[in-house]
Design a protein around this ligand. Sequence first.
Ligand SMILES: NC(=O)C1=CN([C@@H]2O[C@H](COP(=O)(O)OP(=O)(O)OC[C@H]3O[C@@H](n4cnc5c(N)ncnc54)[C@H](OP(=O)(O)O)[C@@H]3O)[C@@H](O)[C@H]2O)[C@H](O)CC1
Ligand SMILES: [K+]
Length: 491
Amino acid sequence: MLSIISGDKVKLLDAAFIKARQMRSLDLMENAAKAFFVWFERMFSAIQGEIFIFSGPGNNGGDGVAIARLLAESGKSVKLIFFQDKEQCSPDYQANFERLPSKVKVLSVLDFDFQITENDFVLDCIFGVGINRPIEGVYLEAVNKLNHISCHKISVDIPSGIPSDNILQGEAFKAEHTLTFQFPKFSLLFPEHAEYTGRIHVVDIGIPDEFILNFNEGKFFLRREDISRFHKKFHAFSHKGDFGRIMLFGGSVGKVGAMVLSSKAALRTGSGLVHVQIAESERAIIQTAVPEVMVAGAQEIKKLKSFDALGIGPGWGTEVDLAFYCSLLKRYHKPLVIDADGLNLLAKKPENLKYVPKGSVLTPHLKEFQRLAGEAKDHKERLEKARSFAREHGVYLVLKGAFTSISTPQGEQFFNSSGNQYMATAGSGDVLTGMITSFLGQGYPPLNAAICGVFHHGLAGEMAALKKRRGVIASDIIECVPGTFVELNIE
Ligand SMILES: NC(=O)C1=CN([C@@H]2O[C@H](COP(=O)(O)OP(=O)(O)OC[C@H]3O[C@@H](n4cnc5c(N)ncnc54)[C@H](OP(=O)(O)O)[C@@H]3O)[C@@H](O)[C@H]2O)[C@H](O)CC1
Ligand SMILES: [K+]
């Protein structure tokens, strides 16, 4: 699992790593440039245009100079545009400058005419994690000009102008792709920066994850290769009971569809038995739509404890009898999942939060979280609030959106990498509730249930989007859930 560390620690990390390996910082820069080069060749095999590399005075600029050499040596037409005289640049920048082949055309930004056409590439190596103030002067002018030119645009490590751990002040380079080294810089995960980062790619430059862990600040980035370790193993003798008995509460009149989606998603995620508690008048709908589901009666509600997990809220409405809701929370002592109206009801009467069993998983989207925890001025503050909320209430807080975050009662935060914009569709959250409840019911610890739920949900969304793009609906996500187990090789 990748650790996300702050920009000011990157220098310490580099220093410790090169010392431990007895290598030079220049070698690490070479690793970074090579990692970029390999990625670039794979992404853009048939390059027709010219490659313009804008290189700032620090080591991000140094990466640009090394990349210029590698690209030129492979036969590409490369122009290097610099901002400062070599003598004012970092030592590793200077060392790479000395190694530039003569076929790289080098010119000052002051002499550059910005004649760049659609097929050309701009590589943004102006500033990386060392930026310490908003860009201005020649840097701002160049960035503004580049942002108005249409061509292929790639930022190296981070779009220049964006601070690695904070919200952008002023302007920054707008990339189509950001290739970031070793781990995603924290601010790349903020919605405020989506129009600058484009697609984010993480490449390894040779520093092992265990090494970076020494600098960890409790933030982790979840990737496909991390997921199988959070799964439970089943075997040939496993029976229906091992896959869990769960109960879902929701589906008021006119909103029973939410329960159809949640319960179906739970079954597709592997639940052995799924009960739903819904408005009596809606019973026929769900039993027709999902014949595998059972509708709970008074008997089951009485024997709440016999269920392995509960999921509360999808389509429940806010007219629910609060006394009934509180009695559920008080009588059930295992972790459960709360979503949608289950959360809205808690936001209306926060004093009831104390009844939520410890270790429960709460899955608000941004608006629901705002109702629960109050307004945040930006995503950074929102994530801090999420962290405090999870700690204070002893719950796992799943804040849904791009890079869904999971905050734990211990103060850690996990960021998900699967999913896409096409999942922002009605019922997508109900599907997630069903999935996380299903994993909880199968005996997964709450963190594992949340991680697996969020990752598989996102992956199912990616698979659905392959053929349907913006036409994806929540039912398509459910249909793709079984395929995610195949894709990740989970038995
Ligand atoms: N482990 C890794 O990931 C590696 C990453 N590498 C690359 O190195 C950069 C970080 O390099 P660094 O030199 O620390 O920082 P920058 O290149 O971002 O630039 C810092 C210089 O820019 C000046 N500065 C800062 N902000 C501004 C501004 N707004 N306007 C003008 N100048 C600015 C600053 O100097 P000051 O004295 O003026 O503050 C610095 O000179 C990382 O992002 C990767 O790309 C390594 O290649 C290998 C390992
Ligand atoms: K950059």
